[in-house]
Design a protein around this ligand. Structure first.
Ligand code: MN
Length: 262
């Protein structure tokens, strides 16, 4: 079962950044944007870790931690405060209130995951794939497409991105074997986003399977060069599995230096 993390944060930008980082590292996310809702979710969902902003509407971080640490079922869940408070005294106050630790704002993407992982029991560390097992990147901007694709990927190690921009960032820090791109929107916009991403070396090196948006003009997909395959969204699960296998097989041979396989 994936590690479940509840994030209580009212600032949309901070929430987006934390959600993005935690998702990328394979954590399951629960989110709330005020203290009352966060508390209700904590009680109902019993997450493995709680990350809580201090300044929150309805009930602030101190209010949340006070209630949490009084509940026998919840007091063992590690809770981390996210705070812009700079003074040492303020931080002591957070620990005195019951928080198990704190993370300073602004959130640093480079260290955030390592910091939160310290508060998780061993075995719930960020999910890193077994060496040699292919890691897939799936770029998907619609919940419905995500729900359709996820079961088709089986137990493959997968990192999800919400946008092409996010995918490019992930490609710079992860070694993917293949990217699947399924974008909802005007075909011209989707294909242009992919073309633009190709100017990034890490992303350009990735074999792509692209689900062609309906209404794509004939011949338009030809503008995306390289090792891209195009599939309709309605593709049979078995066909998609075969396509993924074929791409991974080609990619393995390419990485092994076998350039005769064309
Ligand atoms: Mn806040």
């Amino acid at each position: 079962m994936p590690t479940r993390i509840l994030v209580i944060e009212d600032n949309p930008a901070n929430m987006e950044l934390m959600t993005y980082l935690l998702n990328a590292f394979g954590y399951e996310l629960l989110t709330a944007s005020d203290g009352e809702t966060g508390l209700t979710m904590a009680i109902r969902e019993q997450p493995d870790l709680i990350i809580c902003d201090v300044h929150l509407p309805q009930l602030d971080g101190y209010g949340v931690i006070r209630v949490l640490k009084r509940q026998p079922a919840l007091q063992e869940i590690p809770a981390i405060a996210v705070t812009a408070l700079a003074m040492a005294g303020d931080r002591d106050k957070l620990l005195d209130a019951g928080f198990d630790g704190y993370i300073s704002k602004p959130i640093e993407p480079e260290t955030f995951i390592a910091e939160i992982a310290k508060f998780l029991p061993a075995g719930q560390a960020p999910r890193t794939p077994a060496p040699g097992s292919p890691l897939l990147l799936v770029v998907c901007n619609a919940e419905s497409n995500r729900a359709r694709l996820a079961p088709q990927l089986g137990s493959r190690e997968t990192v999800w991105a919400d946008s092409v921009r996010q995918a490019v960032e992930l490609a710079q820090t992860h070694t993917f074997s293949l990217a699947l791109v399924d974008l909802e929107g005007a075909p011209e916009d989707c294909l242009r986003d992919i073309e633009n991403a190709k100017s990034d070396a890490a992303f350009a090196a990735l074999p792509l399977i692209i689900f062609v948006p309906s209404g794509t003009p004939k011949g338009r997909t030809g503008a995306i060069s390289g090792t891209a395959r195009f599939l309709p969204r309605t593709v049979e699960p078995g066909v998609l599995a075969d396509e993924i296998e074929t791409c991974l097989h080609h990619e393995n041979r390419r990485q092994d230096g076998d350039h005769t396989d064309r």
